[in-house]
Design a binder for this molecule. Sequence first.
Ligand code: HEM
Length: 272
Amino acid sequence: MVTRRPPSRAEVRRERMQQAVNFPLDWLEERSGLVGGVKYFLFRKVPGDINWMQTLGSATLTAFIVQAVTGVILAMYYKPTPTDAYSSIQNITDHVTMGWLVRGMHKWGASVFIILMFMHMGRVFLFGAYKYPRELNWIVGVLLLAMGMMEGFTGYLLPWDQTAYWASVVGINLNGTAPFLGPWLAQFLRSGQEISADTLTRFYSLHMLVLPGAIGGLIALHLYLIIRLGVTSPPWSKEAAGEVQVDEAPRELRAGLTRPGSRGGNGDGGAA
Ligand code: HEM
């Protein structure tokens, strides 16, 4: 007969820690299936020969999240009126704790976001990843690009200094020269005939509510389509060309966030 030694204190502590971590995850999974969804997203299969260029989309997503977080912090101190806008920005830079850092991250992060979006789009183009069946995701991407640039444009006016003011005059006038819709577009952006306090309010609303909301929604659709359609192999892929046999043998199940198994709630992860 084999007698098992009693678990050491370290083992008992580890077991308790695991239970403490797994309990809320199992609770959430049973009621929403969200944990399974995240596991599916993180551990789904992708072609074996993808490369670093295919991380540019995730890098763009990270840049967007940084912009959203720093933007929310800035919005707690920024005042969108012609009399207070510039001084509130000065206050953020000079007096708010770490304000200079948050503002710097948001300002430079905007350029990083746009550059990454272009690099990601270049990768998709060079790999031919816009072709069937991913045309719709390319169109979603084009909308994301347009909205990303509108974010940059509307954000530029917010400090309400000379550079911001005149850059917006130029931008609005350029939009005004567009055929058919141009004059209406310029009027809409100015929120009237002249650039005024109303323009600042309009740009602020577009910059912190309308555009980030729309971009967030489009990113969700973009990611859904990526999961549904899978990631494209590089054009030089021997696997995709059928020259190399991919081993399709089932791999060992990964434990992931919670152990796979029935939802009996007996704490053994479904093990018989
Ligand atoms: C906010 C901006 C964007 C975010 C956060 C984003 C995110 C992503 C991510 C995470 C992926 C999967 C990994 C990868 O291929 O890098 C991806 C793929 C893709 N993206 Fe984007 N993207 C954005 C903008 C764009 C733009 C501007 C385009 C093109 C106009 C585009 C078109 C595509 C296409 C067609 C795919 C599928 C590629 C494939 O199957 O290999 N995306 N995107």
